[in-house]
Ligand binder design. Structure first.
Ligand code: RAM
Length: 883
């Protein structure tokens, strides 16, 4: 028996609760000690009870033995799934020799409330307090009795705002639920299994409500974008051992009051008065007779959808690396890492003592906190001690971007144990690891990952510190591929696509920001911020690039199907708003934050228009729509021709003559053969004239090293990667960066800090070079013909000062890795690992290739190999000039 079936997942996760997907997709992994392990057939059983499944009865679905090598994205096609249904499943697989595996372990999923009519609960909130600018966070609660033993209890909950759920004193769920969506259109519902928390007899359920994105400050748009104050919706479904069912739901019988949280706002920080704590409020037996009746909102017109996004969690606790007492008696801590989350402080002192935690990314030259770049954000949390021994405090509905913490008003001597930093983000599992022999390259990679950790919070935000933190679509699309190597962003971006769809304009235009946070609805782009437009080149295109990325990385065709029409509308919109296929010069962001190089808007916009059309053609092809495939490919060719006519001269010079115009034209395939070489020459000349330095902004930077490498200019790519002079990635690292900066010149020796109105030190866009590190340097590339790494293209490219690189990517099939080493004598050794069920084509650089596998029969090239699963060693010789 050579195959084992493991790690069963439903809709990308293990044993999910409360799905509303009527045909969930199933995934499993194969394991085998043998090389070349493959699945030749599978059988899936889905049953409505564990007992039935144990008897191998698939009363919901029995696929029978299906001859197939597929083990991901298997669409459920059994009996209809019902509300609150619980489904158990397992898999058997046959290997290439026809030997069956054991049955896998049992996995399950549950369905949520599928019918709106099943929602009996009312939305409860607390009336606004008069004469208070920032409102205290409402507490809501209810006591109830259970007569009998609880067999199963499930909570369905959500809020317009944020909620922190408690049952019998225990916290249930994660942070910042229900997440950021366009609340005018939808809100996500979370499902929790709480059987273990309930007891026979008296019980209590309660929640603290936060303003969050619903009514707190959103970016620079002010507060109350979607509503006035938070509301909470909950249904607790209890099934007793004797089969009786009952529901505890939010309604007028609940009670509400204010507690210690004087305010808690994502952008404005928090104030907590521990003297006002409501001891035992979330436990049974608490006397809430003095509490108010809640205010019940008439209803909600948006959709209640099952939560898709990975929950936000504390993923790491950081200890400060140093602390300094200032002259004024405050303490400034250095966390050693620009991080996102908050600080927990421990203090002992007199009742009424107030302490403040203030957060900043950088220090001013005089050692004080650099707060100028926060704009109107206030990264401060205030705590008033109750004077009750050792107290500890951390905030609730806010977060900060910081490396430095100033502790103000601390009673007594603070030291390194007084505070800890808590790192929070959408808990997307880590899938990528990368290491080289070069400490600076490793640091760059670390900074990229920290940029992602700091900015993936419910939506892909641009930055975590100033009054912005919005789902900028341009940033998201340029970084999406890097992000998907680093972490499993399948569900994160699936959710974000809904945000983009909700924001899509009636015209078909995708927006700059999603959720659009009301600014287009409120015409903010037209008035206060008159340069916003709903269709910026490289921003709106995220609506096509992100689904394509999900397809490549996860083989997800559903996201393509689901949003196909929306993508068509986008491309048709671009076409309708072009002038003979050239996108006119309208206000847009251009190659945002490029340095000393202005890419003309019309060149950029036309190039991206072509790219969207090309991806749409490929997407149509994947979906089997040959007519559209041909049609949009034709459109792409026509746009490319229009691009050449309008912007490219006979010498391959492209209007603007920036690195970005050349990079995009090369990468998007807009040039014909003869012109390509000339354009490449202009690009490399430009780089050389600048002293091997880049000038690209957000849009150009992602394709810069790929375009050079694909065009045979690997040396130039490496020279840019490891360049330490300004502007470069390594410049920031030389000056202490622990994250990717928003701007190449966020801080320079000559000018100090850039303009404070836009100077984030934690923006991931310029970190899109992470994609090149995986795809080219380590050489782990997806094959669009067999996506999701069913077949990988392994093509490592040693070069520059790099002599070693190891990378691993945890694909849906399992880990794929490359590990290469180039010795000074030119000997090159490469180890490749491929998971069971997957295959790879390996391109070994250099000459005199020796391998544990035999060369690919088809290619006729002795350095190309087709391998199956397992570990393989390749050796070759690379003359110094080739490296
Ligand atoms: C800035 C944002 C974002 C960028 C836009 C154009 O304000 O930080 O990164 O996409 O502008």
């Amino acid at each position: 028996m050579s195959l084992r079936v493991v790690q069963l997942k439903t809709e990308y996760i293990e044993n999910p609760l409360g799905l509303d997907e009527k045909q969930p997709r199933l995934f499993w992994r194969l394991e085998s000690p043998e090389r070349g392990a493959a699945q030749s057939a599978y059988r899936v059983l889905v049953a409505s009870s564990r007992e039935a499944l144990d008897r191998h009865e698939g009363d919901q679905w029995d696929t029978g033995k299906v001859a197939s090598d597929r083990s991901i994205q298997i669409v459920y096609e059994g009996k209809p799934l019902v509300s609150e249904g619980r489904y158990y499943w397992k898999v058997q697989a046959w290997d290439a020799q026809g030997r069956p595996s054991e049955w896998s372990e049992t996995a399950f999923w549950t369905m949520g409330l599928l019918d709106r009519g099943e929602w009996k609960a009312g939305w409860i909130g607390r009336k606004t307090e008069a004469n208070v600018a920032m409102q205290p966070s409402p507490f809501v609660r209810k006591s109830f009795a259970i007569e009998g033993r609880v067999a199963r209890a499930t909570v369905y909950a959500t809020a317009l705002g944020l909620y922190d759920l408690r049952i019998n004193g225990e916290k249930v769920g994660d942070l910042f639920a229900p997440g950021f969506t366009d609340y005018d259109k939808r809100v996500q519902v979370q499902t929790y299994e709480v059987t273990h928390l309930l007891t026979e007899g008296d019980n209590a359920v309660g929640a603290v409500l936060g303003d969050g994105w619903y009514c707190g400050t959103v970016g620079f748009l002010g507060n109350k974008v979607y509503g006035e104050r938070p509301f909470f919706l909950l249904q607790l479904h209890i099934e007793l051992a004797d089969g009786t069912k009952r529901i505890v739901a939010t309604d007028a019988s609940w009670r509400t009051t204010r507690g210690p949280l004087q305010y808690s706002d994502m952008i404005k920080g928090e104030a907590y008065d521990a003297r006002l704590e409501l001891d035992g409020w979330d436990r049974p037996g608490f006397d809430d007779s003095g509490w108010e009746r809640p205010d019940v909102r008439p209803g909600y017109n948006g959709l209640l959808t099952a939560s898709i996004e990975p929950p936000v969690r504390i993923t790491e606790t950081m200890k400060p690396i140093s602390v300094r007492r200032t002259e004024s008696g405050t303490y400034i801590y250095d966390m050693g890492q620009n991080m996102v989350g908050w600080t927990e402080v421990k203090a002992r002192g007199a009742r009424g003592t107030k302490l403040t935690l203030s957060h900043a990314e950088m220090l001013n030259p005089d050692g004080s906190l650099y707060l100028d770049n926060l704009r109107v954000a206030v990264q401060q949390d205030h705590y008033i001690l109750k004077g009750d021994g050792l107290e500890s405090y951390e905030p609730h509905f806010t977060f900060h971007g910081f490396r430095y913490v100033e502790l103000i008003g601390y009673p007594g001597e603070a030291d390194l144990d007084t505070i800890v930093g808590k790192v929070i983000h959408s808990d997307t599992p880590r899938t990528g690891r990368l290491r080289t022999n070069d400490a600076m390259v490793n640091k760059l990679y670390s900074n990229i990952v920290w940029g992602q950790r700091g900015n993936f919070l419910s939506v892909p935000t641009d930055c975590p510190q100033r009054d912005e933190r919005l789902g900028w679509t341009g940033d998201a699309q340029i970084f999406a591929r890097t992000a998907s190597y680093n972490m499993d962003v399948s569900r994160f971006f699936t959710k974000f696509m809904w945000d983009m769809i909700d924001a899509q304009q009636p015209s078909g235009a995708f927006t700059d920001v999603a959720p659009d946070a009301g600014w287009i609805r409120h015409k903010m782009w037209n008035t206060r911020l008159n340069w916003f437009a709903p269709d910026n080149a490289g921003w709106g295109d995220a609506g096509v690039v992100i689904p394509w990325t999900l397809y490549l990385m996860y083989g997800d065709t559903r996201v393509l199907e689901t949003h196909y029409e929306a993508m068509v509308r986008w491309v048709e919109y671009l076409k309708a708003n072009s002038d003979e296929l050239v996108r006119p010069n309208y206000a847009n962001y251009g190659d945002w934050l490029s340095i000393d190089a202005d890419t003309p808007n019309e060149v950029l916009a036309t190039a991206y228009f072509a790219y969207s059309a090309k991806l749409l053609s490929r997407i149509a092809g994947v979906l089997g729509n040959q007519e559209d495939e041909a049609h949009y490919n034709g459109l792409f060719q026509d746009i490319a021709a229009a691009f050449r006519r309008a912007f490219v001269d006979g010498e391959g010079r492209i209007r603007g003559e920036t690195q970005t115009v050349y990079v995009l034209a090369l990468q998007f395939g807009l040039l014909e053969d003869g012109l390509r070489d000339k354009a490449l020459q202009h690009l490399t000349d430009n780089i050389r004239e600048r002293g091997d330095r880049l000038s690209t902004g957000f849009l150009g930077v992602g394709y810069l090293l790929p375009a050079l490498t694909d065009s045979g200019e690997l040396d130039v790519a490496y020279a840019l990667l490891t360049q330490e002079a300004f502007p470069s990635w390594m410049y920031s690292i030389k000056h202490g960066a622990t994250t990717i900066w928003e701007r190449w010149d966020g801080w320079t020796e000559h000018n100090g800090f850039q303009t404070p109105s836009m100077n984030s030190f934690n923006h991931y866009s310029l970190g899109s070079v992470g994609e090149w590190m995986f795809r080219y340097m380590a050489g782990i590339e997806a094959d669009p013909a067999q996506p999701g790494f069913r077949h990988a293209i392994i093509r490592p490219r040693p070069g520059g000062r790099l002599t070693e690189a190891q990378a691993e990517y945890e694909s849906l099939y399992g880990p794929i890795s490359t590990d290469w080493k180039l010795s000074p004598d030119g000997r090159f050794r490469l180890t490749v690992r491929v998971p069971a069920g997957a295959t790879a084509t390996v391109f070994v650089p250099g000459a005199e290739v020796r391998a544990e596998a035999s060369p690919s029969a088809g290619s006729g090239d002795p350095s190309v190999f087709e391998i199956g699963s397992g570990e393989y060693l390749f050796e070759s010789f690379i003359r110094p000039s080739e490296a």
